[in-house]
Structures are given as structure tokens and as C-alpha cells.
Design a binder for this molecule. Structure first.
Ligand code: ZN
Length: 161
């Protein structure tokens, strides 16, 4: 995806996360959206820095880079939530665009993608971005509202254990 797609994805995702975490729609919701939205948007812009430094869709589009951003707040106490932006950037590149990303770079240069994406220049790119963002939010909502546990519980009751 291009910058516009990554920013749109990050902003919509942050709006959704704000409402999922603070559903009241009050000042606290707004505060949460800003608190999450700024680092997530910065994180979502970061991987494409490898268009100038390194190999695009490889150097800063790998799981080791994501792991670094996940670990950073624990080690240094800042850059919280940036990893969400980096992760959603990867999701959008893998699922939303034709070319994949080298998740295991530099160990393995193969680029992984899903066959559902469109060309970055496609007129459907924005619609695809919105659909992927909604799917991400559904997934987050399922985890927050413990839908998998309900499913497990229902399954357990259905088989009588
Ligand atoms: Zn990218």
C-alpha cells in the first residue's frame, strides 16, 4: 500500500480501538484515540522507510523488526503502541496489495503475500484498506470480548463436558 493507505488504516484502526477500549464516546474515548492513534500512525509509516534505507518490503518489513518494536517498551519504557502500527502495516501489505513482504528477512528473502490483494495503484485500494481495517477491528473485538472462550464454552456444553 502507499502512504495514504497506511495512514487511513492507522487512523481508522485507532478510532476503532479507542471505542473498543473506551466505548462511552466521552473525553476518555477521545483521549484513548489520541494516545493510541499518534504512535500507531507513526508506526504504520515506519516500515516504508526501507524504500530509502535497505531493500523495500524486506529490511523493515520483517518479523524481527516487529519483535523489536514489541520488546522496546518493556526494555526502555517508551514507544508504546508503535508496534500496532508496524503490525497493521504488515497486515495491509500482505493482505491488501499484490506484492508480499519478506517476513523472515534477512534469513529468508522470500516475500509472503495473500492472493486477495490489489495493485497499490488500483482504484479499489482504498476500499480494500477499509475492509482489512474492519476485519482487524472485528478480530480485536473478538479477543477483547472473549468470543473464542465463548465458542470453546459452547462447544464444551454441546459435547457435554
Ligand atoms: Zn510497506
Amino acid at each position: 500500500m502507499n502512504k495514504k493507505g497506511h495512514v487511513l488504516n492507522a487512523i481508522l484502526l485507532s478510532l476503532g480501538l479507542g471505542y473498543l477500549l473506551e466505548p462511552a464516546g466521552d473525553l476518555e474515548t477521545f483521549r484513548t484515540i489520541v494516545m493510541i492513534g499518534v504512535p500507531v500512525t507513526l508506526g504504520a509509516l515506519f516500515p516504508d522507510v526501507d524504500t530509502a534505507f535497505g531493500k523495500h518490503r524486506k529490511t523493515l518489513h520483517s518479523l524481527p523488526v516487529l519483535a523489536g518494536f514489541i520488546a522496546f517498551p518493556y526494555v526502555f519504557g517508551n514507544l508504546e503502541y508503535v508496534w500496532i502500527g508496524v503490525l497493521t502495516h504488515y497486515v495491509l501489505d500482505v493482505a491488501g496489495s499484490k506484492r508480499g513482504i519478506a517476513l523472515f528477512y534477512p534469513l529468508w528473502k522470500k516475500e509472503f503475500g495473500l492472493p486477495v490483494g490489489v495493485a497499490v495503484s488500483s482504484k479499489h485500494a482504498t476500499a480494500v484498506t477499509v475492509v482489512i481495517t474492519v476485519l482487524e477491528l472485528v478480530l480485536v473485538a473478538m479477543v477483547l470480548y472473549e468470543v473464542p472462550q465463548w465458542g470453546l464454552e459452547l462447544g464444551r456444553q454441546a459435547v457435554g463436558i
